[in-house]
Structures are given as structure tokens and as C-alpha cells.
Design a protein around this ligand. Structure first.
Ligand SMILES: [Zn+2]
Length: 71
């Protein structure tokens, strides 16, 4: 099972290699995660960076959490 963020408007999906709770956390607290990213020198985990990038690219779109049972 793998989980990702999907944009219902564009059909794009980002598989981030994290559990559902992590992805929901990122999506619901995107603004907080961005704040942390600006003030940390060590940087965020890769999946967080990729997740933020995806959310930024689909600003104002309907981004949902998706799962793939075949993976
Ligand atoms: Zn989109």
C-alpha cells in the first residue's frame, strides 16, 4: 500500500512514500510546515519538500489523499 497526494483538477499524483497520517498532516498544516522550512538550516525531509512543491503547484485546486493497494 502506498499513499500520495492527488489533484482532482489536473489529475496529477505525487507518491510520497509515507503513511496516510503523515500526508494528511502535511496537507492540513502546509502553512506551518512552510514556516518551519524557512527557519531551519538543515532543511526538511525529502518527502515534505516534495509534498510542499506539489501543494504549491496546485494552489486553489482540490488536492485529496489517495492510496494504491497494488503497490
Ligand atoms: Zn492541480
Amino acid at each position: 500500500m502506498r499513499y500520495g497526494l492527488a489533484c482532482e483538477d489536473c489529475g496529477d499524483v505525487a507518491w510520497l512514500g509515507q503513511g496516510l497520517l503523515h500526508l494528511r498532516w502535511l496537507r492540513d498544516r502546509e502553512h506551518i510546515v512552510r514556516e518551519v522550512a524557512e527557519h531551519t538550516s538543515s532543511g526538511l525531509d525529502m518527502w515534505m519538500m516534495e509534498g510542499l512543491e506539489f501543494l504549491a503547484g496546485h494552489r486553489g485546486h482540490a488536492v485529496v489523499l489517495v492510496s494504491d493497494k497494488t503497490a
